[in-house]
Design a binder for this molecule. Structure first.
Ligand SMILES: Nc1ncnc2c1ncn2[C@@H]1O[C@H](COP(=O)(O)OP(=O)(O)O)[C@@H](O)[C@H]1O
Ligand SMILES: [Mg+2]
Length: 415
């Protein structure tokens, strides 16, 4: 098993078919449990009581799935022969994982060379199985390195867009990560303008370009703010137009995550369906609230809804209470916020000198004196999902499960 940060797989997995050809009842039971896990809600599991031979016979007549997991009781030459047979019947998009009886490093290497994505040894816990499925699919769909960090506001005007931008600037400058920021607000997005650029497209046009054969058109919609920070330059949408459907938005996200290690998403003014999909797909969700009761109540509900979408897990949901001190006498105290919301939060003071000055002068807040603590606070909040293992998963080319069939064919031809 390869090491990896656990937040990598704590996301909603892409739609895919995963077939298991196993005899072990415990494994079958583990799969039943995975079906109820929120991360696997788009996965169709196909369970077959059998081994590699059952997979061979089934995929002679039906299309093979994205991932096939097979149990083998023996690890002699007949296994590699069977896998070669299997590959002849698998589609090129199929990845394979083998579960065997003993730990054998030579066999492991041999199988990996053949294009098998992983070799696991019995007994297998539900968590290990979950992890290998998640990792194989994430790698397969091409965004294994990228981290999606989403900002949502408890209500409008609490500074969500501003803090998303500051975070993007800081991640690019201080953490030196190639970063992109995008806003799902359509025609009411000021993101591109506040980054000193002109909107050149709408979300719908972006999706059309992405789906067209002219990929240059899509690339022109991405503008560089500086060496490491880019923005999807939307905002030219019609203000009264309907929002882009969540499925289309997700396709845009997927494409950006193929290229950018860090994707920052501003959902201060997005549709509920986009918020839902982002809540499930993000590695981290930052919820911004003002320190006043109506905003905090709405933050609490939003946090609970996001948590429910993430299967009851709240560990990657962060709270920022922004603009404290603006109207002291009406604000809820820090202790009471902590008690009522039941979690720590980042406190950011109201600071007209920094925020309004930057906005009016069109300056990057990072360059405005007095912003340092606030910037560091935001960095601390997101750093845990970015810095843990931002380098690719240190996969060797051979471990990338792009195509079981292709690699096997190459190995057979070369040997
Ligand atoms: N901590 C702060 N102190 C002072 N002004 C702030 C602060 N945070 C945000 N602002 C200002 O509040 C206004 C609204 O922010 P914005 O990010 O557009 O909110 P939202 O996206 O939540 O609607 C902007 O003018 C921004 O500069
Ligand atoms: Mg906004």
């Amino acid at each position: 098993m390869k090491d990896q940060p656990d937040n990598l797989t704590s996301i909603l997995l892409p739609q895919a078919r995963v077939a298991l050809h196993v005899l072990d009842d415990q494994l079958l039971k583990a799969v039943e449990e995975l079906k109820a896990d929120w991360r696997f809600s788009r996965i169709t599991f196909e369970l077959h009581k059998g081994q590699v031979s059952s997979a061979i016979s089934i995929y002679q007549t039906t299309e093979s799935p994205e991932l096939v997991i097979m149990e083998t009781p023996t690890i002699d030459d007949s296994l590699t022969q069977q896998l070669e047979d299997l590959a002849q019947h698998c589609a090129s998009h199929t990845s394979a994982v083998v579960i065997g009886p003993v730990n054998d490093v030579y066999l492991y290497r041999r199988l990996i060379q053949m294009g098998v994505s992983d070799y696991l040894v019995k007994p297998l816990s539900k968590n290990v199985l979950a992890d290998v499925i998640a990792r194989t699919l994430i790698e397969k769909f091409g965004n294994s390195e990228s981290r999606l960090i989403t900002f949502m506001g408890a209500k409008g005007g609490v500074g969500t867009s501003t803090l998303a931008q500051v975070t993007a600037q800081a991640v690019a400058k201080t953490l030196q990560q190639k970063t992109i920021i995008l806003d799902a607000a359509g025609g009411s997005s000021y993101l591109t303008i506040s980054l000193g650029l002109e909107p050149v497209t709408s979300l719908k046009e972006t999706l059309r370009a992405l789906l067209s054969t002219d990929q240059d058109a899509f690339h022109r919609m991405i503008q560089k703010v500086n060496e490491r920070l880019s923005v999807l330059a939307t905002g030219a949408d019609l203000v009264l137009d309907d929002p882009l459907a969540a499925e289309g938005f997700e396709q845009i996200l997927d494409r950006l995550m193929e290229t950018y290690p860090v994707v920052i998403l501003d959902l201060s003014n997005a549709s509920s369906s986009i918020k839902r999909i982002a809540a499930a797909r993000s590695h981290e969700i930052v919820i911004v609230s003002a320190p006043i009761l109506p905003s905090l109540r709405s933050a609490r509900s939003l946090m609970q809804e996001v948590k429910d979408i993430r299967g009851g897990e709240g560990k990657d949901i962060e709270l920022v209470v922004n603009m404290t001190g603006q109207a002291k006498e009406f604000e809820v105290s820090k202790d009471d916020i902590q008690k009522t919301l039941g979690q720590d939060f980042l406190n950011i003071s109201f600071d007209a000198k920094v925020f309004h000055y930057a906005e009016i002068q069109g300056k990057n807040i990072l360059d405005v004196k007095g912003s340092e603590m606030m910037v560091q606070g935001l960095l601390d909040l997101v750093q845990k999902v970015i810095s843990s293992d931002q380098a690719p998963l240190k996969l060797t080319e051979a471990l990338k499960p792009a195509s079981f069939l292709d690699r096997l064919v190459k190995t057979v031809k070369g040997s």
